[in-house]
Write a protein that binds this ligand. Structure first.
Ligand SMILES: [Ca+2]
Ligand SMILES: [Ca+2]
Length: 508
């Protein structure tokens, strides 16, 4: 009894889903256009569809579908075969479909760690409900049509993975060794394995033409379909079961189907389905409200479950491992990210350098402008004369400084020789050396005085243009005085030391 209530609630949920997600008379792109340029009406058929996130009931069965073989249904997908060797599985509608025109949209993933996989996946519309067999897990000699997603290249022509449409009236035996190439009514080459997003196949049977459109799973865009193949004048049974099957061989892929959605197509202008008219507007509102309550209840239960079982993760085991393709894409992505960061850093540094340069240029420009503004017009005629005087003074200062440096060097040399000869030379020699040093110091003193006089001489004072702002520095007279004081101290120390040494010698 409990099961039947659940089934009822699932059915109710699907009815409401039909109303909410697929309102009546909506003209959704079907991939086929009527001769008059109008798209057919499309109506969702929940009794021939499945879709997550609550795909299974509590007993593990799928509402309105049966599964056989190694198929494993779960809440959000049906694993038709796991990636183990020699597996076969399938799912089939419980009831037959007798629509004249229809559209089936299948979302699936075929994933494996190998560069090639096997065997493939098949979507069926057949008069008999599928038995296990050699054709992608389903029976051979079927009556109807199979759309095959053939992963493995049995004939070695390097034309797999491929998609084929194969029709059969019950007499044909599938040529597996040649990948059914001679039997295919339509075919296209598409690699549907290991894609970042699920692959979508849209099969439209409308006015005796079967069109297959493929969304390759490269983007999350659900409507990004490309044409694969079309078969005109296709004869299929008037009534049949939809099914999905898959098989693995020596190589093995996971074949996961996330959803199967069936739509009934009606030609524009034809009488609408009576079911639509049967549901009054107020009932629709009531169902919608019930659906919303149901959804909220489910979300709450989900949250409660997560709280009670924090260690249980909803992710399938498959997501823990990374496929080769995923890894390559990730590595490329990471590499590009790194390059992007490096470029950004370089750009920042360049901007800083440019800023600094700009600041220098502005300071220099300001200084030049200031100098030009400060120069009185009366003196403007003789700036070169003043400049010459300044340069001459500067050169003289430089010359004197050089002399000073030479004198210092000489003094240092003499001090060094005094140190070397220290013990051997007599007291007289030492005195002589000190006299020489004294003389040199006099020379230094004279030079300094001369420089100071030149600097402060009232008659020679030249008005210089203001130099650009410089860091605070020791002025020349201060430096000279400091140097002289240091020299005197040093010489005094040397004299004191040699006296001490001489005194020490007397004791030995
Ligand atoms: Ca094959
Ligand atoms: Ca082949």
């Amino acid at each position: 009894m409990a099961v039947s209530i659940e089934q009822m609630s699932a059915a109710l949920c699907l009815v409401i889903l039909t109303l909410v997600l697929h309102p009546a008379n909506c003209d959704v792109a079907t991939g086929v256009i009527d001769t008059a340029g109008e798209a057919p009406h499309r109506r969702f058929e929940y009794k021939y569809s499945f879709k997550g996130p609550h795909l299974t009931q509590s007993d593990g069965s799928i509402p309105f579908w049966v599964h056989t073989g190694n198929a494993i249904p779960s809440a959000d997908q049906i694993r038709i075969t796991p990636s183990l060797r020699s597996q076969k599985g399938s799912v089939w509608t419980k009831n037959t479909v007798n629509f004249e025109n229809w559209e089936a949209e299948v979302t699936f993933r075929v994933s494996g760690r190998g560069r090639t996989g096997a065997d493939g996946l098949a979507i069926w519309f057949t008069s008999g409900q599928g038995l296990e067999g050699p054709v992608y897990g389903a029976a051979d000699s079927w009556n109807g049509v199979g759309i095959f997603f053939d992963s493995f290249d049995n004939d070695g022509k390097k034309n797999n993975p491929a998609i084929l449409i194969v029709g059969n009236n019950g007499n044909l035996v599938y040529d597996h060794q040649n990948d059914g190439t001679t039997q295919a009514l339509g075919t296209c080459l598409r690699d549907f394995r290991n894609k970042p997003y699920p692959v979508r196949a849209k099969m439209t049977y409308y006015k005796k033409s079967l069109t297959v459109m493929i969304n390759n799973g490269f983007t999350p865009d659900r409507d990004d379909f490309e044409f694969c193949a079309k078969v005109d004048n296709m004869v299929i049974p008037e009534e049949g079961f939809f099914g999905i099957s898959a098989a693995t061989g020596g190589l093995a892929d996971d074949h996961d189907v996330l959803s199967f959605l069936l739509f009934r197509l009606t030609e524009p202008g034809q009488q609408q389905d009576p079911v639509e008219a049967e549901i009054p507007e107020e009932d629709k509102d009531k169902y919608r409200e019930e659906f919303e309550n149901f959804q909220q209840d489910l979300d709450k239960k989900k949250e409660d479950f997560q709280k009670e079982h924090p260690d249980v993760q909803g992710e399938p085991l498959n997501d823990i491992y990374e496929t080769v393709n995923d890894r390559e894409i990730r590595q490329v992505f990471e590499g590009q990210n790194r390059i992007h960061l490096e470029i950004k850093q370089l750009h920042r540094q360049l901007a800083m350098i440019l800023d600094e340069q700009r600041r220098y240029v502005s300071v220099v420009t300001e200084e030049i402008a200031k100098q030009q503004a400060q120069t009185p017009p009366a003196q403007a005629q003789a700036p070169s004369l003043e400049l010459d005087t300044v340069i001459a003074t500067q050169q003289e200062v430089l010359k004197n400084l050089n002399e000073l440096r030479d004198s210092f060097s000489e003094t240092l040399r003499q001090v060094a020789s005094v140190q070397q000869q220290g013990n051997a030379a007599g007291a007289y020699d030492s005195v002589q050396h000190f006299n020489d040093i004294k003389e040199h110091l006099h020379v230094v003193k004279r030079s300094v005085e001369h420089l100071v006089q030149r600097d402060v001489g009232p008659g020679e004072k030249v008005k210089c243009p203001d130099p650009p702002p410089m860091p605070a520095c020791l002025s020349t007279p201060h430096f000279l005085i400091f140097a002289a004081v240091q020299s005197v101290l040093f010489i005094g120390y040397m004299m004191y030391r040699s006296q001490q040494e001489a005194a020490a010698k007397k004791f030995f």
